[in-house]
Design a protein around this ligand. Sequence first.
Ligand code: CP3
Length: 340
Amino acid sequence: MDKTLLTVLDGDRQSPPPVWLMRQAGRYLPEYRALRAKAGGFLDLVFAPEFAAEVTLQPVRRFGFDAAILFSDILVVPHALGQQVRFSVGEGPLLDPIADRTAFERLNSEVDHKVLAPVYETIRIVKQQLEPSVALLGFCGAPWTVASYMIAGRGTPDQAPARLFAYRDAAAFAVLIDVLVEASVSYLVRQLQAGADAVQIFDTWAGVLPPDQFERWCIEPTRRIAELVHAQVPNAKIIGFPRGAGAMLARYVEKVPVNAVGLDWMIDKGFARERIQSRVPVQGNLDPLVLVAGGVALDRAVDATMEAFAKGPFILNLGHGIVPETPIEHIEQMLKRVRG
Ligand code: CP3
């Protein structure tokens, strides 16, 4: 059976549109919380293929989503480069921050695929269990976003440490970005070889960059990743998600050979339809908080998104990851509204 999501990535329109949610495996699900408690730490869960596969499948089973997204994290790449990465409950990720050039020169220049082997194994397990109509998505973080966590050692309100680093020592920062480009390419290629049907590149922090820096640290490295992945896997399907790109999204889709782009909830829908969806299929863009609120506000938001994008190639999703407070009934309400 055809995977509807993949037909959209090929440029077709589907009615109703395929639906999945960014961060759909996670703490808003009681079955996730139960398994997470059994597995121990977050990385223990990520690197235990049977558990990670189960967590990947949980939201698909419960909601009948059109895609499963591999359960892992963007920060397994710095981990596989030799940087200490921990996830503490309530605090999010913590890494040993990279203060200067010498600090990242101590890291490996290539990812250790032995460290990432359990992730590829998870993909193989999920692939066997997934219904043929459901697509399996792999992913990585974009170099800018991953570098911003590597430098700050954690999430910050506007990733100031990485922005400062890039201004003060652009040459050193470019070396780090190059390492991450290579690492991301080999990581994505292995995910595709293990059975991922498409991959998404999350650039969560793209929106804090001014246009010239956005060109240099978001568009250029992501373009290289897409081209290098295609050189090894010619029919690879790639979804780009430069969150907060705003008007720069037009530039992004001009330069980066992606099969679709994720739209965040802040973007003007008219602009996105005329300037973006006219070039590539789009995915998005409900505000994760309207899914928390539910009620009439949710119905209106779903209608507005469908009205704007469902006449063309479109994948319904959020404009960023689902938040742990999201009530399960609101997801059911949203699905009913979309699928009728
Ligand atoms: O989408 C999915 O369901 C697949 C799994 C997935 C996770 N992280 C699991 C996770 C994906 C695609 C990610 C991507 C990710 N991780 C991004 C890019 C997308 C985004 O949301 O911005 C970023 C920036 C990270 C880094 C990260 N990991 C942060 C900032 C946090 C803490 C905040 C949070 O939501 O908890 C994590 C931890 C994390 N990654 C959890 C999950 C399910 C929660 C860990 C737990 O169970 O305690």
